[in-house]
Design a protein around this ligand. Structure first.
Ligand code: SF4
Length: 125
């Protein structure tokens, strides 16, 4: 039997979780203060996911970049691929908060959204 120690990241309490696994299957979770911790431990040990937050370049904006995040968590193993894809992206200004930058990030079916706005730069007079 394998044991894994995790810190629950669902809320700021940060409970210390102990997970017992056998052949990739979760046998038990302890240390959680609420049921969300057990769900987190189950998912983290079998199918870990994360919300990706980053920035992408903006063309002709008053700021050079806009912050973005995925609309939902994506598989953790796709984070590097997704970050590489973001480095290739440039969106034209203006960008509004909530704009869909990419409807299907790396084939996950999950959208990438702008989390702030960037106005278009006025042309030099
Ligand atoms: S187990 Fe519950 S109380 Fe503890 S950190 Fe996770 S969500 Fe918060």
């Amino acid at each position: 039997m394998e044991k894994r120690n995790l810190t629950c990241i669902v809320c700021p309490m940060g409970c210390a979780l102990t997970v017992e696994l056998e052949e990739g299957k979760v046998l038990s979770v302890s240390g959680n203060t609420c049921p969300r911790g057990e769900k987190y431990a189950q998912e983290e040990c079998t199918h870990p996911t994360r919300v990706l937050t980053s920035t992408i370049r903006v063309a002709d904006g008053v700021l050079p970049v806009v912050p973005v995040k995925t609309a939902a968590p994506i598989p953790k193993e796709l984070l590097f691929e997704a970050m590489a894809a973001l480095r290739e992206l440039t969106v034209p200004a203006p960008v509004a908060i909530g704009d869909v930058i990419c409807p299907d990030l790396c084939g996950t079916g999950i959208a990438l959204l702008a989390t702030s706005s960037v106005e278009k730069k006025e042309p030099d007079a």
